[in-house]
Every structure is written in structure tokens, then in C-alpha cells.
Design a protein around this ligand. Structure first.
Ligand SMILES: CC(C)(COP(=O)(O)OP(=O)(O)OC[C@H]1O[C@@H](n2cnc3c(N)ncnc32)[C@H](O)[C@@H]1OP(=O)(O)O)[C@@H](O)C(=O)NCCC(=O)NCCS
Length: 204
């Protein structure tokens, strides 16, 4: 994997979709957070492209670095397509959309404050690679933990045995979060600049 620019490896065109059919995307869910903040957790959709671009562009350099491992400023058109036009089966993405005054914000593009996704491995279809980012002002409210829990819940139903993620070793918050969910770490095959977080899903 190219560590200078971390992406989800399985997003590369050669990643073959599984033969499974008839699986449902994750359900929408309203989530109350501290400070009277409410978000809607829902699958990403093609119409989220502008909001997704705004979400990534609005992340601090530090958060973008932890997510993409470079200070990526904006998504290219093809990356944006790959992140929003997904099959919800081998590539599953949940976003958190801010609900204004308890109702869904009226005007598009809708403000997104988190994105969590997994992509099934082409080589090992019972594993998927995950990645997550929460907007800086929305961190430490429990959103990251909830999104990882919901991703795992969905992945279990898709016969995925483990979610595996590449994390910078200094990313304490992510490591704490994942260990809290029961994940373990192992050395990354590319070297010590990354660790692999392995979240075995079991039957949950
Ligand atoms: C890592 C990240 C996804 C976590 O999301 P979050 O919404 O901030 O996390 P939560 O509020 O759910 O908290 C997760 C845990 O981190 C702990 N935590 C919070 N701040 C912490 C800190 N500074 N150091 C260590 N742990 C911390 C919390 O105690 C919590 O543990 P608990 O649930 O057992 O109490 C988010 O901070 C983020 O987007 N970071 C930048 C991108 C990134 O690192 N992505 C991961 C690589 S794919």
C-alpha cells in the first residue's frame, strides 16, 4: 500500500464485488449527542457529493492527516464519485447529517459531520477495510464509537468476519476507541509508520 497517500485499498478498480445480492444498506437512525446536538446516521447517497466535499474540506489538517495520512485538501472528482456512488453491499458508508432543530436541514447540500465506511477485500471477502472521520467540532461526543458499532453491526450481516484499518501509531483516540470495542492491533506489513487495527466481529 502507498503509505504516502492512504486510501482504502479496496477502492481501486480491481476490487471485485462479491456475488451476494439482496442485502439492505444500513438503516437510518436518529442519534442524540451531548449538548442537544442531533444527527441522522444514514447511508451515503450520490446527492451527498457536494456535502462530502465540504465535509473533507472542513476537516482540520490534523484530522485529514489521521484519516488520509496526508493533508489532502479536497477529493478529486473520481474519488468523490467512488465515495458517494457505492453499492452499499461491498462498499458501505454511513454519514452523520446534522439535524437542525430536530428536523432534517432543509437546504442541500446537507451538512455532514462524520463519515465511516468499509470496503470488502477482493482477496479475502470475509474481511473489509474500514476508515472513519468525525468533524473536529463533533469529536469526543461518542459519534465515532457509535458509527464503528453500526458499521460492525451491518458488516456482521454481510458475512464479514473482521474489519481491518490502517491507523497512525500516534492516533491515540482511534486506538482507544477500537480497543474499547474489543479490537486488537498488529504490526503493519508496510512498516512501523502504521499499525493495523483488527476488529474481529464474531457473531456479536
Ligand atoms: C478517531 C475518531 C474517529 C473518534 O471519533 P470520536 O467521535 O471523536 O470518538 P468518540 O467520542 O466516540 O470517543 C472514542 C473514545 O476516545 C476516547 N478519547 C477521547 N479523546 C481522547 C484523547 N484525546 N486521547 C485518548 N482517548 C480519547 C474517549 O474516551 C472514547 O472512549 P470511550 O468511548 O471508551 O469513552 C475521531 O476523533 C476522528 O475523526 N479523528 C480523525 C480521523 C481519524 O483518526 N480516523 C481514524 C483512522 S481511519
Amino acid at each position: 500500500m502507498d503509505v504516502a497517500f492512504h486510501w482504502l485499498a479496496a477502492l481501486r478498480p480491481e476490487a471485485a464485488p462479491s456475488a451476494r445480492t439482496g442485502t439492505a444498506p444500513p438503516r437510518e437512525e436518529r442519534l442524540s449527542l451531548p449538548g442537544r446536538r442531533t444527527v441522522l446516521l444514514r447511508p451515503i447517497a450520490p446527492h451527498d457529493a457536494d456535502a462530502e466535499q465540504a465535509f473533507v474540506g472542513g476537516l482540520s489538517l490534523a484530522t485529514r492527516h489521521k484519516r488520509f495520512h496526508v493533508g489532502l485538501r479536497q477529493l478529486s472528482p473520481s474519488m468523490l464519485r467512488q465515495m458517494t456512488e457505492i453499492d452499499h453491499r461491498d462498499h458501505v458508508a454511513l454519514v452523520a447529517e446534522v439535524l437542525a432543530d430536530g428536523d432534517r436541514a432543509v437546504l442541500p447540500p446537507l451538512p455532514l459531520v462524520a463519515d465511516a465506511r468499509y470496503v470488502r477485500s477482493a482477496e479475502q471477502p470475509d474481511e473489509a477495510e474500514f476508515a472513519i472521520a468525525v468533524a473536529d467540532d463533533w469529536q469526543s461526543l461518542g459519534l465515532g464509537r457509535t458509527l464503528m458499532d453500526r458499521l460492525a453491526r451491518h458488516a456482521r450481516g454481510q458475512a464479514i468476519r473482521a474489519l481491518v484499518g490502517d491507523v497512525l501509531p500516534e492516533n491515540r483516540r482511534m486506538l482507544v476507541l477500537m480497543r474499547g470495542l474489543g479490537a486488537h492491533t498488529r504490526p503493519h506489513p508496510d512498516g512501523p509508520q502504521l499499525v493495523q487495527v483488527v476488529y474481529e466481529l464474531g457473531t456479536g
